[in-house]
Design a protein around this ligand. Structure first.
Ligand SMILES: CC(C)(COP(=O)(O)OP(=O)(O)OC[C@H]1O[C@@H](n2cnc3c(N)ncnc32)[C@H](O)[C@@H]1OP(=O)(O)O)[C@@H](O)C(=O)NCCC(=O)NCCS
Length: 305
């Protein structure tokens, strides 16, 4: 009896809504309010269900982030899903680099598991290939079986387990390394470093971070050996060696958002973080489609990729 009840419940929850009821369209700035609320509720629900804190402190923050992304179509391709005319989700494709980043994607908790997420992903991936992207990447919460299944069946490969870490390091600097705020004059050296480590640069993203005042570079032996667009959940960093990356991490008073994303197979760097008092908040996964080469250096992805 209980088994029949379970199977019936599962059947209902796995039912796909007729696709004609779901419409995907370009997001408009005024959609930020509805989509921001859906985003906050969706992350709160999935994280709470697994005993993790929400990635965002309040709906005001997700509303602000999505409204900002929706207001910049020259950098971000933003999509909204409607079901019977009601907004039920959104997705964002960061188009600032030859590698596109997907996210945040969220679907209203009352409309999940009915095909809306897949439609939002299909549209973002189609756009990436149509515009000549070399690859598409994303970061997902490793405990979230649904998103991992969805992305895997869409063709994304798991590339790297990540540890989201938070705190303030006990060591505040690293011998031989000088960390300072990045300026526009550093852009060329940082882009060249990124091309050496990753095979592509993230100059658009970095230029924006320099303008906002969040970017830093580390110098060793009189030259730039690493940079961070921001030491935060939404920032990325690239360096020649772990020592350079440690200097960048040690220079931060705190990490905005849930934390920075440390590639967990870089045991030396992760052990250094933990030995310095940082704590793991949650496990995450970097996934990719298209071009991917193992980075030849130390790196921290942002939650976008
Ligand atoms: C992740 C999210 C966007 C997916 O949207 P969705 O509309 O629920 O997803 P869909 O129904 O389109 O697709 C889910 C797929 O996973 C499958 N699935 C779900 N749980 C599964 C499991 N445990 N094992 C295997 N497959 C599973 C479903 O059957 C479906 O596959 P199908 O398209 O082949 O039928 C949505 O659940 C959400 O907003 N979650 C909370 C926020 C979040 O985690 N966002 C992603 C951040 S990376």
């Amino acid at each position: 009896m209980r088994l029949i009840h379970f199977l019936k419940k599962r059947e209902v929850s796995m039912t796909t809504v007729p696709q004609s009821r779901v419409n995907i369209r370009a997001a408009r700035p005024e959609d930020g309010e509805a989509c921001g609320r859906i985003c906050f509720d969706a992350f709160s629900a999935i994280n709470a269900a697994h005993g993790f804190p929400c990635d965002f402190p309040a709906p005001e923050m997700t509303i602000e982030i999505l409204s900002m992304l929706f207001a910049h179509p020259e950098m971000f391709y933003c999509l909204v899903a409607e079901m019977d005319g009601r907004i039920v989700g959104s997705n964002v494709l960061d188009e600032r680099s030859v590698i596109r980043g997907v996210g945040p994607i969220t679907v209203d908790t009352t409309a999940q598991n009915s095909g809306v997420g897949r439609k939002l992903m299909d549209a973002a991936i189609a756009r990436a290939w149509e515009k000549g992207a070399a690859g598409v990447r994303l970061v997902q919460a490793a405990f979230h079986s649904r998103s991992m299944s969805l992305y895997t069946t869409l063709g994304f490969d798991i590339r790297e387990p990540l540890a989201c870490v938070q705190g303030r390091t006990r060591e505040r600097q690293v011998a031989g390394c000088e960390v300072r705020r990045a300026g526009t004059a550093d852009l060329a050296a940082c882009n060249e470093l990124s091309r050496r480590v990753h095979g592509f640069d993230r100059g658009g993203d970095l230029a924006h971070a320099i303008e906002s005042g969040t970017a830093r570079v580390v110098e060793r032996g009189g030259r730039v050996t690493g940079y961070a667009s921001q030491l935060a959940f939404f920032g990325h960093a690239t360096a020649e060696t772990n020592v350079d990356m440690q200097a960048l991490i040690a220079s931060a008073e705190s990490f905005d958002g849930p934390g920075i994303l440390v590639p967990a197979r870089n045991s030396g760097l992760l052990r250094w973080c933990l030995g310095n008092g940082l704590q793991i908040v949650q496990p995450m996964t970097l996934m990719s489609m298209g071009l991917y080469t193992d980075p030849a250096g130390a790196w921290l992805p942002s939650v976008m990729f």
